[in-house]
Structures are given as C-alpha cells and as structure tokens.
Design a protein around this ligand. Structure first.
Ligand SMILES: [Zn+2]
Length: 334
C-alpha cells in the first residue's frame, strides 16, 4: 500500500474548488508513453498550470500499471527539476469499471479515481459508486462518478448512443454516492469520430463539417441543482483539422474525423465544468508529427528522430489547450 501523498501527488479537491470559483478548467490528459508524460509535464510547468495525468484501462494494458505509477512519480520529480517548486499533479484512473480496479489503483498511489457505472441501472451505479467513495475517502483520494452516457469509442469504453444526464437525478446521485465530482453527458463524445456526418451540418464556405452544439441548457440546469459542484466533461478533444490534414497528406486515412469546437469548451470552462478530458488530440498530434517526419526522412530509423518532433507537437497542443481553451495557466496554488 502506497499513499499518493508520499509520491508528491495531490488529489483534485482544492484545485477543483479554485477552478469552479475562478471560471476555468483543469486539463486532464491521458498518457501511455514517456514522450506524452514529458510533454504534459513540460507544458504544465511552462504555463504554471495544475494538471491531471490520467490512466485508462487501455493504458494499463499497454504500458503496465506499475510502470505508469512510477512514471507519475517521476513526473513530480521532473516538474521540480524543471523549476516548479510545488507542482500540482494528480494521478487519476480514467473509467474505472469495477470497485476492485479502483481499489487497486488507490492502493498503488493514485490520488484520484473515476468509477464509471454509467452503463448500469441507476441504483446499481449508486451502490458501487458509494462503495468506491467509502474506500477512497479513507485515504483522502477523490472520486469522479458518471451519470448519463457518452457516445463514441475510447479504449474499452464504447457506446452507440448518448443519453444526456438528467438534471433531476443529480442531487440524489451526488448526495447518496458522496462523489467529489460528476462526469455528465451533454453532447461530448469519445474518440476522433465524435459525430456521424449526418448529425452535422456543412459550412457552405469551407465544406467542413460542423458538429451539433453542446447542450448548455442541460449543463446550466445541473449547475442550478448543484451550485459549485465540480462537473467533468469527457470526450472533449477538438480533433484539430490541421493535424488531420497532415496525417492524410502523409499517407493516413482519417476521413471526416470531427471533434468539439474549442470555443464551446472555452465557454464550458467558465461554468462549473472544472475538468476537461483530452486524449484523441494528443494521439493526432503525435501521429501527424511522426508521419510527416518519416515521409520527409525516409532514411531515419532511430525512434528518437521521429519521437522528438512528436513530443514537441504534443507539447505545443497541450500549451494551447491550457492557455487558450481551459484557462488554467498561472493557476498553481500560491
Ligand atoms: Zn471518458
């Protein structure tokens, strides 16, 4: 049993309180590789932003859970080495699907976990969420739960359809589970293909797809029911068109990949939304840089040659999100 405090990590409680009051959101970036971890830490240090590094079940399968935990511990030391005296880094489990998985992560030093029972019947979701909260709070680990269903595919999380969170359920759910934050469904979606072309309209000028807007009315209803309560948005990559274009220009094939417009995320950040999950944009930034580099340098075979520009491109994207979309730059605790 390792407690996250001994690893220099923090939970989400204080940073969420500040984010809700300050009208900005904390970035939650998924990581699977050393290059992603380095880019996240560099971006957070340079912008003086708190950051949530999150691990999905797919990341645990890919990289091994123990390695990821040591990487997060390394991230804290690395941030200090880069000149950040008191980094605020959260190690978070993304989409925990059982009590056992959440417990496992808490026991190995995670400072925050998500239990996602959104696919279960309402009462069952409450029951297991409550069980996770009771265990986590013994160690001052914060818990995110989910109500409502997001569409899309992300690692092992997949749903054909989305169901908006019902505002009339949130008070009961938050009270009975005791969760610290709530992931809601208001039209964001997992993956790089968030919407089918037939759900979108086409901009007559550019020919580009325009996705349906987020359900801000549902968000505001929820805010009214739970004033000041931390709200989380999953599936909030924007799928930058320039990265998709680069990928397609250098041999890739991602037709009509589409995400959430950044101005809508900026708008959401100003509300009780205090954590915004971004995963696909990092994958796209990495792949675009690697494809371009290898196409331009067919003689290169040292992974460092193409992973270096990949890391740079991810870092640029992370900084852009922090400064221009979420507004968490300069928000480290005094
Ligand atoms: Zn998610």
């Amino acid at each position: 049993m390792v407690n996250y405090k001994d690893l220099g990590l923090v939970n989400t409680r204080e940073m969420f309180k500040r984010a809700v009051a300050g009208g900005y959101a904390i970035p939650a970036f998924n990581f699977n590789t050393m290059e992603q971890m380095q880019a996240i830490v560099q971006a957070a240090v340079e912008t003086k932003s708190p950051v949530i590094m999150q691990v999905s079940k797919g990341a645990r399968n890919y990289a091994n859970a123990t390695i990821l935990r040591y990487m997060a511990e390394g991230a804290v030391a690395y941030a200090k080495e880069l000149g950040c005296e008191h980094p605020e880094i959260v190690l978070h489990l993304d989409h925990g699907d059982s009590f056992e998985l959440c417990k496992d992560c808490i026991d190995m030093g995670f400072s925050s976990v998500m239990y996602d029972g959104s696919a279960l019947p309402y009462e069952e979701n409450i029951k297991i969420s409550r069980q996770v909260v009771e265990y986590a709070h013994q160690y001052d680990v914060t818990v995110e739960c989910e109500l409502g269903v997001l569409a899309g595919v992300e690692d092992e999380v997949a749903s054909e359809v989305s169901h908006y969170t019902k505002p009339e359920e949130v008070i009961d759910f938050a009270t009975r589970t005791g969760c610290d934050s709530l992931a809601i469904s208001i039209g964001t979606s997992h993956g790089a293909y968030k919407f089918k072309p037939e759900q979108c309209t086409r901009d007559p000028k550019t020919g580009k797809l325009v996705p349906p807007p987020l359900a801000f009315d549902v968000l505001h209803e929820i805010e009214k029911k739970l004033p000041g309560f931390p709200i989380v948005l999953h599936g909030s990559s924007s799928v930058p068109q320039e990265e998709v274009d680069t990928i397609n220009a250098y041999g890739g094939k991602l037709p009509d990949a589409i995400g959430i417009p950044e101005d809508q995320l900026r708008e959401a950040s100003k509300s009780a939304v205090c954590k915004i999950n971004i995963d696909s944009d990092s994958r796209l930034a990495m792949t675009a840089a690697i494809r371009k580099h290898l196409a331009e340098h067919p003689d290169h075979f040292d992974p460092r040659q193409y992973l270096k520009p990949a890391r740079e491109n991810m870092k640029k994207m992370y900084i852009h999100k922090i400064v221009n979309v979420l507004g968490s730059d300069g928000k480290l605790a005094e």
